[in-house]
Design a protein around this ligand. Structure first.
Ligand code: FES
Length: 72
């Protein structure tokens, strides 16, 4: 299994690479094996996935961690 990596994209979604399982609040499971982008702006019509709407609404968010959890 490829270790999943989650990248917070500036002004865009969370981009996840690697194999992981996504479970929604109803317990529905989504198996993934390729890149997936999860909506961070809250405006996607295909939540929890990003559909590109963040570009249309000029979503602006570029958070930076104040403290790293682990040293890389
Ligand atoms: S982050 Fe892309 S539609 Fe919300």
């Amino acid at each position: 299994m490829n270790k999943p990596i989650i990248e917070v994209k500036d002004h865009g979604p969370y981009q996840i690479t690697g194999k992981f399982q996504l479970i929604d609040s109803n317990g529905n499971k989504y198996e993934t094996e390729s890149d997936v982008s999860l909506c961070r702006c809250g405006q996607s019509d295909n939540k929890p996935f990003c559909d590109g709407t963040h570009e249309e609404i000029d979503f602006s968010s570029a958070p930076r961690a104040k403290k790293l959890l682990i040293e890389v």
